[in-house]
Each structure stands twice: as structure tokens, then as C-alpha cells.
Design a protein. Structure first.
Length: 236
């Protein structure tokens, strides 16, 4: 496991100890990006390519992509923590990943138990949902290029997802806008909310076939309607 390392903010020169969060490999072992002992860089501009690093699991040897380590300094600067050369950073192009072949509905799922990420910020909520979608079988999760009516968009092959990390329930308009986006992309639309859904939004989602999930603060999505139950059972 990666040890805590001292991190000095290049803006205010304040130093603090930092240990990267651990993520669950598909084999069940925890994975931590190895932090390099070099100067962190302030985050002034975000691109999808800079948001992920590729890390190999020490237990099974599997290499997978996980969020780039970051740390918020008390001065307000967000720092991107360098990863050691032992973990190759993600390439600037989307990786070529094998197409996921869905199992028949009657087959037993080989998926291991889902290991959530505790939600403390909106970014944590997006990370939790991205991990959950990966667990379902969507391997090419990335940030959406289109603007959403609210919340944060994620996309994958055949999928458009929206994460609402605010303290307000998702509305009927939110669900309809997501469904329209999915229809335009010929993709399944899936909604994740931390605060649930308005009653008319749930009714409309059932009519449109939109899976609805509620995400608790442990980072675990729970199906809200039958379409979400089906997606949970069958995966991608």
C-alpha cells in the first residue's frame, strides 16, 4: 500500500501529509496509485486525459484506470499529485478496450461485490458512479461533451448517464432532458441522484424507460425503478 508523503503547495508553501485513496480492483484487493516525491502542480485547466492514471494491482497484476490523485490546499488551490513512474499515466487518446459481451439474463453474474467510494464532494459522487458503471460492464466511461440541464454528465458506448450531486431531488424536466439526449445518441439514458426524485419525475422515467438510481453517502447506487433493477441484474 502507498505510504503518506509530504506535499508542499507551490502557491502558499504550506506542507501537509497526503496518502492517495484506495480503489477496489476486480479481484477484491485495494489499489493505490504510487505517489511520486515531486512538486505537485496547481489544477488550472481540466481535460479528460489528465483525470486518470493507469495503475497495476499488486495482487493480481491487472492494470486499470483510476482517478488522478488530487489534494485541496487550505489556500484554495487544488493540487494534482504526481504519480511515480511505476504507474504509467493514461494516454491522451481513449484506450482501445475489448467490447463487453453481455451475459444471458438466465446466467449467473460473475461480478464481484461492488466496493463503493465514500461521497464527501460532488467529485466523489461522479467517481462513485463511474466506478459503478464500470462494475456494470461499461468500460469506456468518460466525461460528456454535451451540456446537461443540471448535474454532471458521463457517457460510454451505448450509454448516457447523469449524476445529480446536489441536495435537490431530480425533476421531471431533468429526466426528460436526459432521455432526449440518450435518444439523439441512440444510447440508454441512466440517472443517478443523491437526493432522490420528484414524484412526477419517477412516473415519467417509468414511461420513458429511464433507469433511476439513488446514491447514498457510502457511494452505493440503489435501483429506484424496475428498469434500474433490470440494469443492475444484467449489466451492460
Amino acid at each position: 500500500m502507498a505510504e503518506s508523503v509530504p506535499v508542499r503547495c507551490p502557491v502558499c508553501r504550506r506542507e501537509q501529509l497526503y496518502a492517495p485513496p484506495s480503489y477496489p480492483c476486480t479481484c477484491g484487493a485495494p489499489v493505490q496509485p504510487p505517489v511520486a516525491r515531486s512538486t505537485p502542480q496547481p489544477v488550472t485547466h481540466r481535460t479528460w486525459a489528465d483525470e486518470w492514471v493507469s495503475v497495476q494491482c499488486e495482487a493480481c497484476g491487472r492494470e486499470d484506470e483510476w482517478p488522478q490523485p488530487e489534494l485541496g490546499c487550505a489556500c484554495g488551490t487544488v493540487l494534482r499529485i504526481p504519480v511515480s513512474e511505476g504507474a504509467a499515466t493514461r494516454s491522451r487518446q481513449a484506450p482501445s478496450l475489448p467490447v463487453h459481451i453481455p451475459l444471458p439474463r438466465t446466467a449467473a453474474s460473475p461480478r464481484p461485490a461492488f466496493h463503493p467510494v465514500t461521497i464527501r464532494t460532488a467529485r466523489d459522487a461522479v467517481t462513485a458512479v463511474a466506478l459503478y458503471l464500470r462494475w456494470l460492464g461499461y468500460r469506456d466511461i468518460r466525461s460528456a461533451e454535451h451540456r446537461t440541464s443540471s448535474g454532471i454528465g458521463l457517457v460510454a458506448t451505448g450509454l448516457v448517464a447523469q449524476v445529480e450531486p446536489s441536495l435537490r431531488p431530480a425533476t421531471l424536466r431533468d429526466v426528460e432532458c436526459l432521455w432526449l439526449t440518450g435518444t439523439a445518441e441512440s444510447a440508454l439514458s441512466v440517472y443517478f441522484s443523491l437526493s432522490g426524485y420528484a414524484a412526477d419525475a419517477r412516473v415519467r422515467a417509468d414511461e420513458l424507460g429511464v433507469p433511476l438510481f439513488v446514491v447514498d453517502l457510502t457511494g452505493t447506487p440503489q435501483p429506484v425503478n424496475s428498469r434500474a433493477d433490470e440494469l443492475y441484474a444484467a449489466g451492460a
